[in-house]
Design a binder for this molecule. Structure first.
Ligand SMILES: [Zn+2]
Length: 318
């Protein structure tokens, strides 16, 4: 799809969203359909004979008597928030041009701030886990960046290694000069070893990877990549090779700092993941609620303690 068609495509309107997911029964039916597309299958014994309690939304296996629900064992597990609010959160989080803050989400869902914040973190965790199964391939442009402090910084020579900032790698796979998929992944640091470990986990072996030649990117060779350092005379390369990487950085900056202002560093992976998830699913926006719901169903329960809720002033706006 051409770039302008990506930008101007018609997403899922609020009217259509309400028609599809505006009542609790429809949301529940959608989850049941996604979880058991060919009909109920017992998670314990694989049996298909069952009875169903409509009031409690509980399935009981006729063979082993185990009771389960569409939400059990997923991020919706034991949630007291109605599914209509979960689905609205998925719609808002996936259709936001940049991001939606916890405070704005709380207003739109009509829930308390910490409920909205936790829903958002859980959904972003589902995005993070989904992202992690893909590897980039073909031609990959890679660059180093930092998140944290006042805003994400594209470090100049002096800024590299800055304290109190979260190092991450922005990578963009391109085909015929156009970006296909991106990755925003936190790294332990900009060392050869950290970049090697990052590349092994996230890029297919043998890919061509273009960097600006910063010494840590020598780790790409150790990871089995064909590393192409693109050197320019002094300063950062301005060639079109880094056009998409830099465009991506600009968008992250507006996504995270524009809406959320700042956030606790321990949640950085999830904020990066949300941006990555949206960018990689920009071609068919109408399917994104369903896509995120499927990812949420595939994600194990995320109790509050695993999200590590720490109430700091910085997070109040995130
Ligand atoms: Zn069973």
């Amino acid at each position: 799809m051409a770039r302008n068609r990506v930008q101007f495509q018609k997403g899922l309107s609020m009217a259509e969203f309400i028609k599809l997911y505006g009542i609790e029964e429809r949301c529940h039916a959608a989850l049941v359909q996604m979880r058991w597309p060919d009909g109920f299958v017992c998670p314990d014994c694989g049996g298909v004979e069952h009875s169903y309690s409509r009031d409690r939304q509980i399935f009981q296996c006729s063979a082993c008597r185990v009771q389960t629900s569409a939400k059990a064992g997923t991020i919706f597990h034991k949630s007291k928030t109605p599914l209509t609010k979960w689905f609205l959160a998925m719609h808002l989080l996936t259709s936001a041009k940049n991001d939606i803050s916890g405070l704005e989400l709380a207003r739109q869902l009509d829930v308390k701030w910490d409920t909205a914040w936790l829903i958002k973190q859980k959904l972003m965790e589902a995005m993070r886990q989904r992202n992690s199964i893909y590897k980039l391939d073909s031609d990959v442009q890679i660059d180093d960046a930092y998140l944290g402090g006042e805003q994400p910084v594209k470090p100049g020579k002096a800024g590299r290694g800055a304290a109190n900032k979260i190092p991450f790698v922005v990578a963009v796979a391109t085909r015929d000069g156009k970006p296909t998929y991106t990755q925003l992944r936190r790294v332990a640091g900009f060392t050869k070893e950290a970049i090697r470990d990052y590349a092994v986990a996230n890029i297919k072996r043998g890919s061509y990877v273009f960097s600006d030649g910063l010494s840590c990117f020598l780790g790409l060779v150790d990871a089995g990549m064909r590393h192409v350092p693109v050197l320019t005379g002094g300063g950062r390369p301005k060639s079109t090779i880094f056009k998409w990487v830099n465009t991506g950085l600009g968008n992250i900056k507006s996504a995270i700092t524009g809406t959320c202002r700042s956030f606790d560093g321990q949640h950085a992976d999830r904020y990066l993941a949300a941006y990555e998830w949206r960018f990689n699913r920009r071609f068919d926006l109408r399917k994104n609620v369903e896509r995120l719901a499927r990812s949420a169903l595939a994600t194990l329960p995320q109790p509050r303690r695993s999200i590590a809720l720490v109430r700091t002033r910085a997070e109040m706006t995130g």
